[in-house]
Design a protein around this ligand. Structure first.
Ligand code: ASP
Length: 441
């Protein structure tokens, strides 16, 4: 019997975790993992990133030129953005409700705070986040808008600037609709063929996924050192995980009610992408797999998936904004309780929404933007390093979990937009890597 891909990935993850713990306890084990095991995880992530840009370009250009109707593009764009904003606001409100009810930061013993402060306040990771946040902050208010428009498409492609690539692809796609069909055909065929090739690359790369997640998980485990501090932050971490679980529940309700599909079927088909989101902590690296699952397994048409998912990977981060709401209030409960006003919480809703749009889809980007959320409510600058130090120890596992929610949210919205445009197909036929292998081997 052939084991389903998600089971193979789960087995790889569990073995990686066990292996990581064993290596943690033997002399030189950590070095062995980082020198000899971790690079295989890195190779896998590199391969996924390698195909992300050509995939967005090809599927979006091909998809838009298939639409044959510019008003549909407008509709799709507007709906996507509205639903994205809506789900993100729901996420932040869920986060704030949980953290204000459970109050994980109230009454934390002073000696624990001191201990965490000593260990992480001057940590390179914490100062790195603060530096990146101040670079973001220096930009003008419309910089994010300016950044969507590339001045050089090769730089945009080379630096994988997602929104710029999406803009270019939309621009090309629309112009292909505006020229005669005869003139458009060679380019449309070219991108169609490129799309097929890149999708096949996803299938081939995924053959390697179970081994790669082994390497990724082992590498995550060797980074955990202080379990005592981890336990002290357990209530905070559980609040985030609980909120994220509620968000997944919310998506499943949307799937059931709006698209009339079975939530279990949805999870089953999407799970390889969710597991990769968990192992890589990056929705950008997961994007090619998300696109493959959503198009070939969930039945969303190319033009919808090709637009909604790359845009979502960049601007829709429900897990990240939920986390930012909880983390900001948690930090205030511990070291700045006087800041806990209702107005500040409203400001958090607005800034966490903007911050999740501005966060890059890479590991721990959410923590960088958290600094900006805190600054927006007048959080004292001298307390910032302590604030970040407080949550730093558990950030990686929470990053893994919130990335799963980010990816699931994008997939849910793509299903909803597809349904609303009549572009959700009932019996999608997934392609396998070896569909054509017999003929050429
Ligand atoms: N790692 C997240 C993502 O890529 C972003 C974050 O919350 O740090 O989706």
């Amino acid at each position: 019997m052939k084991l389903a891909l998600h089971w193979k990935i789960i087995i790889g993850m569990i073995l990686g975790i066990i292996f990581g713990f064993i290596m943690n306890s033997v002399d030189g084990g950590r070095n062995f993992v980082s020198d000899w095991i971790a690079p295989f995880g890195k190779i896998f992530i590199n391969l996924l990133k390698l195909i992300a840009v050509p995939l967005i370009l090809a599927s979006l250009i091909k998809g838009i030129s298939d639409l044959k109707d510019i008003s549909k593009i407008k509709k799709m764009g507007l709906r996507t953005i509205l639903i994205y904003v809506g789900t993100t606001v729901v996420a932040i409100v869920i986060g704030l409700t949980i953290v204000n009810t459970i109050k994980p930061g109230t009454g934390m013993p002073q000696d624990t705070i001191e201990k965490i402060k000593m260990k992480y306040e001057n940590d390179a990771g914490v100062s790195d986040k603060l530096m990146k946040a101040s670079a973001q902050n220096d930009a003008g208010p419309l910089q994010a808008l300016v950044d969507i428009f590339p001045s050089n498409i090769f730089t945009a492609l080379g630096e994988a600037k997602m929104l710029q690539v999406i803009f270019f692809a939309l621009f090309v796609g629309i112009c292909l609709l505006l020229i005669s069909e005869k003139k458009a055909k060679p380019l449309v065929d070219f991108f169609d063929s490129l799309n097929e090739v890149v999708m096949k690359m996803v299938d081939l790369i995924m053959l390697f996924a179970p081994y790669a997640v082994f390497a990724l998980m082992a590498n995550v485990i060797i980074a955990f050192d202080d379990t005592e501090i981890l336990l002290k932050l357990l209530t905070y971490a559980l609040c985030v995980v609980f909120g994220l679980a509620l968000m997944i529940g919310f998506y499943l309700i949307l799937i059931k009610v709006y698209t009339k599909k079975s939530p279990l079927w949805f999870l089953n088909k999407l799970s390889p992408a969710q597991l990769l989101a968990f192992s890589t902590s990056s929705s950008a690296a997961t994007l090619p797999v998300t696109m493959e699952r959503v198009e070939e397994h969930l039945g969303v048409d190319k033009e919808v998936a090709g637009f909604v998912l790359p845009v979502g990977a960049t601007v829709n981060m429900d897990g990240t904004s939920l986390y930012q709401g909880i983390a900001a209030v948690f930090i205030m409960q511990v070291i700045w309780p006087e800041g806990l006003t209702f107005t500040n919480q409203l400001i958090i809703i607005a800034t966490a929404l903007l911050a999740s749009i501005g966060s890059a889809a890479v590991p721990s980007a959410g923590m960088v933007m958290l600094v900006i959320v805190l600054e927006s409510i007048g959080f004292p600058a001298e307390l910032l390093p302590i604030g970040l130090a407080l949550i730093f120890a558990v950030d990686r596992p929470l990053d893994m979990c919130r990335t799963v929610v980010n990816v699931t949210g994008d997939a849910t919205v793509s299903m909803m937009v597809a349904k609303s445009l009549g572009k959700l197909h009932d019996n999608p036929k997934p392609k396998e890597w070896d569909d054509n292998y017999e003929a050429v081997k």
